[in-house]
Structure formats: structure tokens, C-alpha cells
Design a protein around this ligand. Structure first.
Ligand code: ADP
Ligand code: MG
Ligand code: ZN
Length: 490
């Protein structure tokens, strides 16, 4: 519940929301950025540490090559220009979880510049600019809770100190919390596809600060922004932005001025509260890190990393449209994760009808996976079996109805559709001898409909086909039944 006086909608409608995001992403390396300590979540406090990440005097950082490669991949996944030379700088500030007394980051010469993320809105595709991507190390963690004497003391765990991060700074291009949500979603998907990061928000592998300002619609100049920290879920990101929009419009509309400051989102109240006045770059006394040489990325190195890049979500979606003839919605769903896309492609390769395959993967398979709490990578049905099932329907060996029946059995046993059909005695009856007998019975039992048919009302044949299907408990091949009936009623 907000204590803020509600601003009337007609006032809110006169203002425009402007958002720029700073997203911190933890790179998926096994070791830290400047030392060989492991990057692991959930270990006993202060066990993954060494003189470098403890910031002991005289300890020297050595840049991890793997961290740089992942950062380059991240930059490429977001269409940025990787710089041939970038410089690490010290960003000085005092905080108990920062033992060096400075963060090693990049300042005026970052790793990458000028990228973008395309988001899909109802109105079409919108391009959100990325200003820069730089590399940096993470701080440790202050523990304010959970200890017997937490009332009096704060503890510090330095396991996280020195974990490799990239910070992705967007242009102030977003105009609603929905756009911000779409931006982070697309960004996350691209980085996951490229194996740059797990982007697991619950583990803090993706952290987001939102810069928010408002201005009167049509105004040229941007308003003064507030930077909101502590947005560790999509829901909080949306809520905080919406709260901040109303707060700022309330102030500006009553003649007040927004203060440039850092604010903290409080998930319990849904409000943002002032944390500190916004620091300026000069407050940090940035200077080049004397213990690290400039990071040079040669054309050959860059070319090699480019060559190792997997196909990215957007390219995959476009290809799925043209190669498999899918609808845009289906292509989007099937490329949500790399595992999804890989599964689908293997299933489609085993069939003549990739659109039907898409329906089975997104429908029946997704349903069973969800019901059993399984990921697609753990599917008991190998993708080839879906392709085979679809083609058995295509050739008429299996009716759609029977296919629906055997599918859960394929899921239970991992058996191929043919094997399940044989075991269950569920073959579709295409043998015309057996079908003719059933057709004769149906004709004998439905003299009224037969008469109608002969009198010219040929549509009743549907009723008769249905009767044969019923008699065969769904196992007759409807096309063959239709043919035999038409023949006999001539
Ligand atoms: P800092 O590092 O001090 O936070 P930056 O210039 O790097 O400052 O900007 C950080 C973020 O703030 C960027 O994502 C940028 O798009 C966003 N931003 C800048 N001005 C505004 C504004 N007036 N309203 C909303 N966002 C803004
Ligand atoms: Mg900032
Ligand atoms: Zn270390």
C-alpha cells in the first residue's frame, strides 16, 4: 500500500516516462576475474578467497582470458562494437564489502560501444540502444541478518569478491515498464543463448538498476532522473518503475523539482525511498589501474570468438519462420531457450510436417513436461519419436484421436509410437476386408440415412463414417471408410 496521494490519471497522461537501464550480469566462468579462486554459490563464508580478492597489499591481479571471451560474446550477442583496446580503471569508494577500497572497472575506454536490443511491441519492433558494455569485478556481501548478534554486528562474506561481471548500459530509450521488462527479457535470452551467463536473477546473476525520469509530453529535454537500485526480479522492476513515475509526476505537477538521487526499492511496501544523493563520476576519483596493462583484442581473436557464436534467438526465430513455415507466435515459443529450439529441430527433421510437429511439441509434450515437472532436456520422448508420430498420422496409419491416446504412453515408456501401437493393439484398421464388414453392418443398421443419401442428401455420409468409426472404437482409417461407403452406396 502506498502512502502517496494518488495522482489523477488525466494528469499522469500529460507526462512521459523515460527509462534507461544498467544491467549487471555475472559471467559464467569457473574462476574469478583477477585470481584463480572458484566462483561458487552457497559455500561457507570466506572460503573462496586469496590475497588478490581479499585486497591484501602487494597482491597483483591477473586478468582471466575466459572472462574476456565471455564478455566479448556478450557484446556480440547485443550487437555492440568490440573495442580493440580498453582500459581498466579504479573506481574508489569505501564500503566494508570492498576490501581493496576500489572496484576495478572500466571507465572512459570500455570493452564495447553502440549496440542494441530489439523488442517486440503491439505497435511493432522497437530498437533500444545500448550505450556501452564494460567489465568489472564484483564486491563481497555484507550480512546484516541471520546471526545471533546481528542486532549489533554486520558480517562480511568475501566469497563473491572478484566475481567477473559485465555492466550493460542502455540509452534512455524505454517509455514504459513494459518496454523495460521486454528489454531485460530479450537481453537475458540473448546472453543465455550465447552461454555468457545463466542470468539467474534469484542467484543475483543478473541485477538491474533503473534510471527513471519524467517530462511533459512533447518536451525536448529529459527530466532529472532518479536511479533505483535493488530490483532483483522482473516484478520489482515493473512495480518500482510504475511507483516512481507516479511519484515524480506528483512532484513535478505540483511545481516541485526532482532531486538527482539514488533510491532503493522496498519490496514490502512497493515504494522507492531515498538512499543517497547521486554521486558524480568525479566523486569516484577514477584513474587507470596501474597493475593491469590495457586490454587489447586483436582482429584474429575477435574473429575466432565470432566464429564460435551460436545462432542468436532473433536469427533463429526468423529462420524458423522461413525454414519450417511456422507462425510467428510458434517460432517465438520454440526459440525461448536453446534446449527448446534444439529439441524442436530434431523432431522436425524426423518428419515431413514441421508445423504439425510444432503443435505436438508446444501442446501435448509441453503439457506432460509441466505436469511432471520436467525440463525439455529431460523429456522421456526423444524428439525423433514426435516426428515419427506426426508422419504416422500423415500416412493414415494412425488417426489423430489414437495419436492423442498413445502419446502419454510414449511419454511414460520412452517407446517409439509404432512400438506402443503394437503393444496396445492400437493399429489403425486400413485392411479393407475388416472395414467392409463394419461398413455393411452400419448400412444395415441405418436404413433411414442410407435412403436420404440415395435421395441426394450426400452430406449424411459424414454420419455414416462416424458410425463406422465408433464401431471400430476409433481405429478405422476414416478416409478408407469414406471411400468404401461411397462405393457401396452408389
Ligand atoms: P551513471 O553511471 O552515473 O549512472 P550514466 O550516464 O552512465 O550515469 O547513465 C546511466 C543510465 O541512466 C543510462 O542507462 C542512461 O540511459 C540513463 N539516463 C540518463 N539520463 C536519463 C534520464 N534523464 N532519464 C532516464 N534515464 C536516464
Ligand atoms: Mg548508474
Ligand atoms: Zn581470489
Amino acid at each position: 500500500m502506498s502512502l502517496m496521494a494518488a495522482t489523477p490519471p488525466e494528469i499522469l497522461a500529460q507526462y512521459e516516462l523515460v527509462i534507461g537501464l544498467e544491467v549487471h550480469v555475472q559471467l559464467s566462468t569457473r574462476t574469478k576475474i583477477f585470481c584463480s579462486c572458484p566462483v561458487e554459490f552457497g559455500n561457507a563464508p570466506n572460503t573462496n578467497v586469496c590475497p588478490v580478492c581479499l585486497g591484501l597489499p602487494g597482491a597483483l591481479p591477473v586478468l582471466s582470458r575466459h572472462a574476456v571471451e565471455l564478455a566479448i560474446k556478450g557484446a556480440l550477442a547485443l550487437h555492440c562494437e568490440v573495442q580493440p583496446e580498453s582500459i581498466f580503471s579504479r573506481k574508489n569508494y569505501f564500503y566494508p564489502d570492498l576490501p581493496k577500497g576500489y572496484q576495478i572497472s572500466q571507465f572512459d575506454k570500455p570493452l564495447a560501444l553502440r549496440g542494441f536490443v530489439d523488442i517486440l511491441l503491439d505497435s511493432g519492433v522497437k530498437r533500444i540502444g545500448i550505450t556501452r558494455i564494460h567489465m568489472e569485478d564484483d564486491a563481497g556481501k555484507s550480512q546484516h541478518e541471520g546471526f545471533r548478534d546481528s542486532e549489533k554486528y554486520t558480517y562480511v562474506d568475501l566469497n563473491r569478491s572478484g566475481t567477473p561481471l559485465i555492466e550493460i548500459v542502455s540509452e534512455p530509450d524505454m517509455r514504459s515498464s513494459e518496454e523495460a521488462f521486454q528489454y531485460v527479457t530479450e537481453l537475458k535470452q540473448a546472453l543465455q543463448f550465447a552461454d555468457v551467463s545463466t542470468c539467474d536473477m534469484e542467484k543475483g546473476h543478473l541485477r538491474c538498476d533503473a534510471n527513471v525520469s519524467v517530462r511533459r509530453k512533447g518536451a525536448g529535454k529529459l527530466g532529472t532522473r532518479a536511479e533505483i537500485k535493488n530490483l532483483n526480479s522482473f516484478r520489482f522492476l515493473k512495480q518500482a518503475i510504475e511507483y516512481e513515475f507516479e511519484r515524480q509526476v506528483g512532484i513535478v505537477d505540483s511545481g516541485g523539482r526532482i532531486i538527482q538521487e539514488t533510491r532503493l526499492y522496498n519490496a514490502d511496501t512497493g515504494e522507492t525511498v531515498s538512499m543517497r544523493s547521486k554521486e558524480e563520476a568525479h566523486d569516484y576519483r577514477y584513474f587507470p589501474e596501474p597493475d593491469l596493462i590495457p586490454l587489447r583484442i586483436s582482429d584474429q581473436w575477435l574473429a575466432r570468438v565470432k566464429g564460435e557464436m551460436p545462432e542468436l534467438p532473433q536469427a533463429k526465430r526468423t529462420r524458423f519462420l522461413s525454414e519450417y513455415g511456422l507462425r510467428p507466435y510458434d517460432a517465438a515459443v520454440l526459440t525461448l531457450t536453446r534446449e527448446n529450439a534444439e529439441y524442436y529441430e530434431k523432431a522436425a527433421a524426423a518428419s515431413k510436417d514441421p508445423r504439425a510437429v510444432a503443435n505436438w511439441v508446444m501442446g501435448d509434450l509441453a503439457g506432460l513436461l509441466k505436469a511432471t515437472g520436467k525440463e525439455i532436456g529431460e523429456s522421456p520422448i526423444p524428439p525423433q519419436h514426435i516426428g515419427e508420430l506426426v508422419d504416422l498420422i500423415g500416412t493414415g496409419e494412425l488417426s489423430g484421436k489414437l495419436a492423442k491416446e498413445i502419446f502419454p504412453k510414449m511419454f511414460e515408456t520412452g517407446d517409439a509410437p509404432k512400438a506402443v501401437m503394437e503393444r496396445e493393439g492400437l493399429q489403425q484398421i486400413s485392411d479393407s476386408g475388416a472395414l467392409e464388414k463394419m461398413v455393411d453392418e452400419v448400412i444395415a443398421n441405418n436404413p433411414k440415412q442410407v435412403e436420404q443419401y440415395k435421395g441426394g442428401k450426400t452430406t449424411v455420409i459424414g454420419f455414416l463414417v462416424g458410425a463406422v468409426m465408433k464401431a471400430s472404437r476409433g481405429q478405422a482409417n476414416p478416409a478408407t471408410v469414406h471411400q468404401i461407403l461411397a462405393e457401396k452406396l452408389k
